[in-house]
Design a protein around this ligand. Structure first.
Ligand code: COA
Length: 274
Protein backbone atom coordinates (compact mmCIF):
# COMPACT_ATOMS: atom_id res chain seq x y z
CA UNK A 1 0.00 0.00 0.00
CA UNK A 2 1.29 3.50 -0.78
CA UNK A 3 2.55 5.97 1.85
CA UNK A 4 -0.58 8.10 1.54
CA UNK A 5 -2.77 5.31 2.90
CA UNK A 6 -1.90 3.86 6.32
CA UNK A 7 -3.60 0.76 7.66
CA UNK A 8 -3.61 -0.28 11.30
CA UNK A 9 -5.03 -3.72 12.06
CA UNK A 10 -6.90 -3.71 15.38
CA UNK A 11 -7.86 -7.16 16.73
CA UNK A 12 -11.55 -7.89 17.25
CA UNK A 13 -12.13 -8.25 21.00
CA UNK A 14 -14.76 -10.98 21.08
CA UNK A 15 -13.73 -13.25 18.27
CA UNK A 16 -11.15 -13.49 15.56
CA UNK A 17 -10.45 -11.10 12.75
CA UNK A 18 -9.49 -7.44 12.63
CA UNK A 19 -10.88 -3.95 12.30
CA UNK A 20 -8.98 -2.08 9.58
CA UNK A 21 -8.25 1.48 10.68
CA UNK A 22 -7.42 3.22 7.39
CA UNK A 23 -5.89 6.72 7.44
CA UNK A 24 -5.61 9.06 4.49
CA UNK A 25 -2.12 10.38 5.10
CA UNK A 26 -1.45 13.77 3.48
CA UNK A 27 -1.85 16.00 6.56
CA UNK A 28 0.10 18.88 5.01
CA UNK A 29 -2.51 19.05 2.24
CA UNK A 30 -5.38 18.43 4.67
CA UNK A 31 -5.56 14.85 3.37
CA UNK A 32 -6.82 16.07 -0.01
CA UNK A 33 -7.67 13.21 -2.36
CA UNK A 34 -5.09 13.24 -5.12
CA UNK A 35 -4.65 10.46 -7.66
CA UNK A 36 -2.32 8.53 -5.36
CA UNK A 37 -4.81 8.62 -2.46
CA UNK A 38 -7.65 7.53 -4.75
CA UNK A 39 -5.65 4.61 -6.12
CA UNK A 40 -4.56 3.68 -2.57
CA UNK A 41 -8.16 3.69 -1.33
CA UNK A 42 -9.25 1.50 -4.25
CA UNK A 43 -6.41 -0.92 -3.52
CA UNK A 44 -7.43 -0.94 0.17
CA UNK A 45 -11.04 -1.79 -0.82
CA UNK A 46 -9.91 -4.75 -2.93
CA UNK A 47 -7.86 -6.01 0.01
CA UNK A 48 -10.61 -5.42 2.62
CA UNK A 49 -13.25 -7.19 0.52
CA UNK A 50 -11.06 -10.20 -0.22
CA UNK A 51 -9.43 -10.71 3.19
CA UNK A 52 -11.75 -12.74 5.45
CA UNK A 53 -9.91 -11.39 8.51
CA UNK A 54 -11.31 -7.89 7.90
CA UNK A 55 -14.62 -7.41 9.74
CA UNK A 56 -15.07 -3.63 9.70
CA UNK A 57 -13.30 -0.78 7.89
CA UNK A 58 -12.84 2.59 9.59
CA UNK A 59 -11.69 5.45 7.36
CA UNK A 60 -10.14 8.58 8.85
CA UNK A 61 -7.66 11.37 8.11
CA UNK A 62 -4.17 11.62 9.57
CA UNK A 63 -3.79 14.34 12.23
CA UNK A 64 -1.68 17.44 11.49
CA UNK A 65 2.09 17.27 11.90
CA UNK A 66 3.86 19.61 14.32
CA UNK A 67 4.06 23.12 12.91
CA UNK A 68 7.38 24.17 11.36
CA UNK A 69 9.16 26.99 13.16
CA UNK A 70 7.48 30.31 12.49
CA UNK A 71 4.57 28.65 10.68
CA UNK A 72 1.05 28.02 11.96
CA UNK A 73 -0.10 24.43 12.44
CA UNK A 74 -2.34 23.00 9.73
CA UNK A 75 -5.91 22.33 10.87
CA UNK A 76 -7.31 18.86 11.55
CA UNK A 77 -8.91 17.26 8.51
CA UNK A 78 -10.69 14.10 7.52
CA UNK A 79 -10.12 15.19 3.91
CA UNK A 80 -10.53 18.70 2.50
CA UNK A 81 -11.74 17.46 -0.87
CA UNK A 82 -10.39 16.29 -4.17
CA UNK A 83 -6.92 17.71 -4.82
CA UNK A 84 -7.80 20.95 -6.58
CA UNK A 85 -4.32 21.24 -8.13
CA UNK A 86 -5.15 18.19 -10.27
CA UNK A 87 -8.16 19.97 -11.82
CA UNK A 88 -6.14 22.55 -13.71
CA UNK A 89 -6.44 22.27 -17.49
CA UNK A 90 -8.46 19.03 -17.43
CA UNK A 91 -11.38 18.52 -19.82
CA UNK A 92 -14.51 16.40 -19.63
CA UNK A 93 -13.07 13.32 -21.38
CA UNK A 94 -10.24 12.98 -18.90
CA UNK A 95 -12.51 13.66 -15.90
CA UNK A 96 -15.18 11.21 -17.05
CA UNK A 97 -12.54 8.50 -17.25
CA UNK A 98 -10.98 9.41 -13.88
CA UNK A 99 -14.30 9.63 -12.04
CA UNK A 100 -15.92 6.57 -13.67
CA UNK A 101 -13.99 4.10 -11.56
CA UNK A 102 -13.34 6.05 -8.38
CA UNK A 103 -12.42 5.37 -4.76
CA UNK A 104 -15.70 6.64 -3.37
CA UNK A 105 -17.68 4.05 -5.39
CA UNK A 106 -15.20 1.39 -4.27
CA UNK A 107 -15.89 2.28 -0.62
CA UNK A 108 -19.65 2.41 -1.25
CA UNK A 109 -19.54 -1.01 -2.92
CA UNK A 110 -17.75 -2.76 -0.04
CA UNK A 111 -20.03 -5.46 1.33
CA UNK A 112 -18.47 -5.10 4.80
CA UNK A 113 -19.45 -2.42 7.34
CA UNK A 114 -17.65 0.91 6.94
CA UNK A 115 -17.33 3.79 9.41
CA UNK A 116 -16.00 7.29 8.70
CA UNK A 117 -14.23 8.78 11.74
CA UNK A 118 -14.20 12.53 11.20
CA UNK A 119 -12.03 14.99 13.11
CA UNK A 120 -11.90 18.34 11.31
CA UNK A 121 -12.68 19.26 7.71
CA UNK A 122 -14.71 16.86 5.57
CA UNK A 123 -15.23 19.00 2.50
CA UNK A 124 -16.09 18.22 -1.10
CA UNK A 125 -14.67 14.78 -1.93
CA UNK A 126 -13.91 14.35 1.79
CA UNK A 127 -17.59 14.80 2.60
CA UNK A 128 -18.35 12.33 -0.20
CA UNK A 129 -15.96 9.73 1.25
CA UNK A 130 -17.72 10.16 4.61
CA UNK A 131 -21.16 9.87 2.99
CA UNK A 132 -20.13 6.69 1.16
CA UNK A 133 -19.47 4.98 4.51
CA UNK A 134 -22.27 3.26 6.42
CA UNK A 135 -21.81 5.33 9.60
CA UNK A 136 -20.18 8.66 10.42
CA UNK A 137 -18.77 9.31 13.88
CA UNK A 138 -17.65 12.93 14.19
CA UNK A 139 -15.74 15.00 16.69
CA UNK A 140 -17.11 18.32 17.88
CA UNK A 141 -14.59 20.09 15.61
CA UNK A 142 -15.79 18.28 12.47
CA UNK A 143 -16.87 20.53 9.62
CA UNK A 144 -18.81 19.19 6.65
CA UNK A 145 -19.43 20.95 3.38
CA UNK A 146 -19.75 20.85 -0.37
CA UNK A 147 -17.85 23.97 -1.46
CA UNK A 148 -17.43 22.88 -5.11
CA UNK A 149 -19.81 25.62 -6.30
CA UNK A 150 -17.11 28.16 -5.32
CA UNK A 151 -14.82 26.50 -7.89
CA UNK A 152 -17.45 26.52 -10.61
CA UNK A 153 -18.14 22.85 -9.97
CA UNK A 154 -20.60 20.49 -8.30
CA UNK A 155 -19.83 17.31 -6.32
CA UNK A 156 -18.66 14.57 -8.69
CA UNK A 157 -18.29 11.53 -6.46
CA UNK A 158 -22.00 10.95 -5.82
CA UNK A 159 -22.46 13.79 -3.31
CA UNK A 160 -25.50 15.28 -5.08
CA UNK A 161 -27.26 11.93 -4.70
CA UNK A 162 -26.06 10.55 -1.35
CA UNK A 163 -26.43 13.82 0.55
CA UNK A 164 -30.07 14.09 -0.51
CA UNK A 165 -30.69 10.76 1.21
CA UNK A 166 -28.86 11.83 4.36
CA UNK A 167 -30.05 15.41 4.85
CA UNK A 168 -33.09 15.69 2.57
CA UNK A 169 -33.64 17.54 -0.70
CA UNK A 170 -33.96 21.07 0.72
CA UNK A 171 -30.83 21.06 2.86
CA UNK A 172 -28.82 19.35 0.11
CA UNK A 173 -29.84 22.15 -2.26
CA UNK A 174 -28.80 24.75 0.32
CA UNK A 175 -25.42 23.13 1.00
CA UNK A 176 -24.54 22.67 -2.66
CA UNK A 177 -25.87 26.00 -3.90
CA UNK A 178 -24.33 28.16 -1.16
CA UNK A 179 -21.16 26.13 -0.60
CA UNK A 180 -21.54 27.01 3.08
CA UNK A 181 -20.13 24.60 5.64
CA UNK A 182 -22.11 22.78 8.29
CA UNK A 183 -20.60 22.56 11.77
CA UNK A 184 -20.53 19.37 13.84
CA UNK A 185 -23.65 20.14 15.90
CA UNK A 186 -25.71 20.88 12.81
CA UNK A 187 -24.30 17.83 11.01
CA UNK A 188 -25.44 15.70 13.93
CA UNK A 189 -28.87 17.31 13.95
CA UNK A 190 -29.19 16.80 10.19
CA UNK A 191 -28.22 13.14 10.38
CA UNK A 192 -24.90 13.47 8.53
CA UNK A 193 -23.08 12.47 11.73
CA UNK A 194 -24.54 9.45 13.53
CA UNK A 195 -22.74 10.43 16.72
CA UNK A 196 -20.85 13.45 17.99
CA UNK A 197 -18.06 13.10 20.56
CA UNK A 198 -15.23 15.25 21.92
CA UNK A 199 -12.06 14.90 19.81
CA UNK A 200 -10.16 13.15 22.58
CA UNK A 201 -12.85 10.43 22.76
CA UNK A 202 -13.34 10.01 19.02
CA UNK A 203 -11.08 6.99 18.49
CA UNK A 204 -12.34 5.18 21.59
CA UNK A 205 -16.01 5.72 20.72
CA UNK A 206 -15.52 4.80 17.05
CA UNK A 207 -13.67 1.62 18.07
CA UNK A 208 -16.44 0.78 20.52
CA UNK A 209 -19.01 0.91 17.72
CA UNK A 210 -16.71 -0.98 15.34
CA UNK A 211 -16.16 -3.70 17.97
CA UNK A 212 -19.91 -4.01 18.55
CA UNK A 213 -20.48 -4.51 14.82
CA UNK A 214 -17.45 -6.79 14.42
CA UNK A 215 -18.95 -9.21 16.97
CA UNK A 216 -21.93 -9.92 14.68
CA UNK A 217 -22.26 -12.55 11.95
CA UNK A 218 -20.52 -11.31 8.80
CA UNK A 219 -23.12 -13.09 6.70
CA UNK A 220 -26.03 -11.38 8.47
CA UNK A 221 -24.26 -8.00 8.31
CA UNK A 222 -23.86 -8.37 4.53
CA UNK A 223 -27.53 -9.20 4.13
CA UNK A 224 -28.52 -6.29 6.39
CA UNK A 225 -26.39 -3.81 4.43
CA UNK A 226 -27.66 -4.99 1.08
CA UNK A 227 -31.29 -4.93 2.23
CA UNK A 228 -31.07 -1.47 3.83
CA UNK A 229 -29.40 -0.19 0.64
CA UNK A 230 -32.39 -1.49 -1.33
CA UNK A 231 -34.42 1.29 0.32
CA UNK A 232 -32.38 3.85 -1.65
CA UNK A 233 -33.13 2.37 -5.06
CA UNK A 234 -36.68 1.06 -4.59
CA UNK A 235 -40.08 2.33 -3.54
CA UNK A 236 -41.58 1.10 -0.24
CA UNK A 237 -43.68 -1.67 -1.78
CA UNK A 238 -40.78 -3.22 -3.72
CA UNK A 239 -38.39 -2.62 -0.82
CA UNK A 240 -40.60 -4.53 1.59
CA UNK A 241 -40.74 -7.44 -0.88
CA UNK A 242 -36.93 -7.45 -1.11
CA UNK A 243 -36.74 -7.49 2.70
CA UNK A 244 -39.22 -10.37 2.97
CA UNK A 245 -37.03 -12.54 0.71
CA UNK A 246 -33.80 -11.55 2.47
CA UNK A 247 -35.35 -12.23 5.88
CA UNK A 248 -36.72 -15.60 4.79
CA UNK A 249 -33.38 -16.62 3.24
CA UNK A 250 -31.65 -15.98 6.57
CA UNK A 251 -33.73 -18.84 7.98
CA UNK A 252 -31.63 -21.18 5.84
CA UNK A 253 -28.36 -19.77 7.25
CA UNK A 254 -26.24 -21.48 9.86
CA UNK A 255 -25.86 -18.24 11.79
CA UNK A 256 -29.62 -17.84 12.32
CA UNK A 257 -29.68 -21.28 13.92
CA UNK A 258 -26.62 -20.40 16.02
CA UNK A 259 -28.04 -17.03 17.10
CA UNK A 260 -31.47 -18.31 18.05
CA UNK A 261 -30.14 -21.37 19.93
CA UNK A 262 -27.59 -19.24 21.79
CA UNK A 263 -30.33 -16.84 22.91
CA UNK A 264 -32.50 -19.68 24.20
CA UNK A 265 -29.52 -21.28 25.99
CA UNK A 266 -28.58 -17.87 27.47
CA UNK A 267 -25.13 -18.12 25.83
CA UNK A 268 -23.13 -15.85 23.55
CA UNK A 269 -23.39 -16.92 19.90
CA UNK A 270 -20.24 -18.18 18.22
CA UNK A 271 -20.92 -17.34 14.60
CA UNK A 272 -19.97 -19.63 11.78
CA UNK A 273 -19.53 -16.70 9.40
CA UNK A 274 -17.35 -14.48 11.55
N1 COA B 1 -6.79 20.39 -2.74
C1 COA B 1 -5.48 20.65 -2.74
N2 COA B 1 -4.83 21.24 -1.70
C2 COA B 1 -5.57 21.55 -0.61
C3 COA B 1 -6.95 21.31 -0.55
C4 COA B 1 -7.55 20.68 -1.67
N3 COA B 1 -8.86 20.38 -1.70
N4 COA B 1 -7.39 21.73 0.65
C5 COA B 1 -6.34 22.23 1.31
N5 COA B 1 -5.23 22.12 0.55
C6 COA B 1 -3.87 22.53 0.90
C7 COA B 1 -3.66 24.04 0.80
O1 COA B 1 -3.43 24.42 -0.53
C8 COA B 1 -2.49 24.20 1.71
O2 COA B 1 -1.31 23.82 1.02
P1 COA B 1 0.07 24.68 1.22
O3 COA B 1 0.30 24.71 2.72
O4 COA B 1 1.08 23.91 0.47
O5 COA B 1 -0.24 26.03 0.68
C9 COA B 1 -2.72 23.18 2.81
O6 COA B 1 -3.60 22.22 2.25
C10 COA B 1 -3.35 23.76 4.06
O7 COA B 1 -4.55 24.40 3.68
P2 COA B 1 -4.87 25.93 3.99
O8 COA B 1 -5.83 26.42 2.96
O9 COA B 1 -3.61 26.70 4.16
O10 COA B 1 -5.56 25.79 5.40
P3 COA B 1 -6.59 26.82 6.05
O11 COA B 1 -6.68 26.44 7.49
O12 COA B 1 -6.23 28.22 5.74
O13 COA B 1 -7.99 26.54 5.32
C11 COA B 1 -9.68 25.13 4.34
C12 COA B 1 -8.60 25.27 5.44
C13 COA B 1 -10.24 23.72 4.43
C14 COA B 1 -10.83 26.13 4.61
C15 COA B 1 -9.07 25.40 2.96
O14 COA B 1 -7.89 24.61 2.81
C16 COA B 1 -9.96 25.07 1.79
O15 COA B 1 -10.91 25.81 1.50
N6 COA B 1 -9.69 23.96 1.05
C17 COA B 1 -10.37 23.58 -0.14
C18 COA B 1 -11.73 23.00 0.16
C19 COA B 1 -12.47 22.67 -1.12
O16 COA B 1 -12.83 23.52 -1.90
N7 COA B 1 -12.74 21.38 -1.34
C20 COA B 1 -13.46 20.89 -2.48
C21 COA B 1 -12.54 20.53 -3.56
S1 COA B 1 -13.42 19.95 -4.99
Amino acid sequence: MSDVIKIEKVPVENGDGIIALVSINRPNKLNALNHEVSEGLKEMCIWAEADDEVRVVIITGSPPEDALEGKRAKPHAFAAGADISEFVGKGSDEILELFADNAIEAIWNLSKPTIAMIDGFALGGGCEVACSCDLRIASTRAIFGTPEIKLGLIPGYGGTQRLVHLVGYGKAMEMMMTGNNVDAEEAHRLGIANQLVPSEELLEQTMKIAQTIAGKSMHTLRVAKETIRAALDNGLTDGVKIEAVAFANLFDSEDKEIGVKAFLAKENPVWKHR
